[in-house]
Ligand binder design. Structure first.
Ligand SMILES: [Zn+2]
Length: 348
């Protein structure tokens, strides 16, 4: 059995054994490296406040008349632009829908970029007969007779939903008037209320995301501590013997669920390294073309890929994953200090 991330999950898996009433044994394979790797991964979804702010400014267009409008965010490009995993984007959008204030209403994900060609009727006369076509002509980019447009934008202009517009296009296609292709899968939503204070909303969301993150890390540490105790520290007195640590694990697990925080038995995660700052400095100097955030630097040092810093490119740097044993937050702080010096001014 792997060292599992969540104790509840572990108990669930242990529970599978012995259901037939026969005696069964659970073997826990324990490995430091696995722990470091998993602990690093807990940090793969975090987002900085300024990125959340940038994200929210794009979710809510600047003009105040955007209430009721349908907007979209193309998944792949947004994920890269904000360096946020697609799941995280969806999490934040869901929070905007289900939080204290309902800022938006999420619609089904759909392709939003339409590339359209005209066939039978001359374009201008078709536009006179079909209002959708008139709007499309106004809102599209024409390249060699191929019209490219954003479906929600045209739908907003017409006062219909993207689905209604798609149905109209489909009818025209059946009549042989047009052919079209849809691309760019996007999150779609209708704006219900534009937040008055984007900065404080960004702060709230960032705080919430970071609580989720530290909660995951704490669970990971608790699980690791229990395993570490059983393997290395148990005095084999209270019911434990050689490889059987049912008693002490049970005790630690029950404590955990009772809210008793067993102090860390192990201080495996280092809180500093003499070479960290110097390595970050060299890394920044040799990648001066890129604009980093402290989190992006820390991810590279921890060997965590992200949408803007994929493994295929950044995995090649020899700093990749070099500091998995140093606490992520410590690496991030060091990166922040080095970035300040590097940029020469406090950009953060
Ligand atoms: Zn034990």
């Amino acid at each position: 059995m792997d060292i599992l991330i969540v104790k509840a999950q572990k108990i669930e898996e242990i529970g599978r054994a012995g259901r037939d009433g026969r005696l069964s044994y659970c073997h826990l394979f324990y490995d430091d490296e696995m722990y470091f790797k998993l602990r690093s991964l807990m940090y793969s979804e975090g987002v900085d406040e300024y990125a959340v702010n940038k994200f929210l400014s794009e979710v809510f267009p600047a003009d105040k008349s955007s209430c009721g409008k349908i907007c979209s965010l193309i998944k792949e490009s947004a994920s890269r632009r904000f360096d946020m995993k697609e799941e995280v984007i969806l999490t934040v959008l869901t929070r905007l829908e289900l939080g204290d204030v309902q800022y938006l209403h999420l619609l089904p994900q759909t392709n939003v970029t339409c590339v359209l060609n005209f066939y039978k009727t001359p374009t201008v006369s078709l536009a006179q007969k079909v209002s959708a076509i008139a709007v499309i002509l106004k809102r599209s980019e024409n390249r060699h007779g191929q019209h490219t447009f954003d479906l929600p934008t045209v739908a907003n202009d017409m006062g219909v939903t993207p689905v209604e517009l798609t149905n109209q296009l489909y009818d025209l296609k059946l009549k042989g008037e047009i052919t079209y292709e849809m691309k760019d899968m996007a999150y779609c939503y209708r704006i219900l209320e534009v937040p008055t204070d984007l900065l404080s909303l960004s702060a709230d969301i960032t705080k919430w995301l970071s609580e989720v993150e530290s909660c995951k890390v704490r669970k990971m540490d608790a699980m690791f501590n229990a395993a570490y105790f059983a393997v290395n520290l148990c005095d084999k007195m209270n019911g434990c013997s050689s490889a059987d640590h049912t008693s002490c694990l049970q005790r630690i697990i029950l404590d955990y669920f009772a809210g008793i925080d067993n102090i860390d038995f192990c201080k495996k995660i280092d809180q500093s390294s003499p070479f960290l700052r110097a390595d970050i400095k060299v890394f920044l100097q040799s990648n001066s073309h890129a604009r980093f955030t402290p989190r992006a630097v820390a991810r590279v040092m921890h060997g965590i890929a992200s949408p803007a810093y994929p493994y295929t490119i950044w995995g090649k740097t020899h700093f990749w994953g070099r500091y998995t044993k140093i606490d992520f937050k410590v690496v991030m702080e060091a990166a922040k200090e080095e970035l300040k010096k590097f940029v020469g001014k406090d950009i953060l």
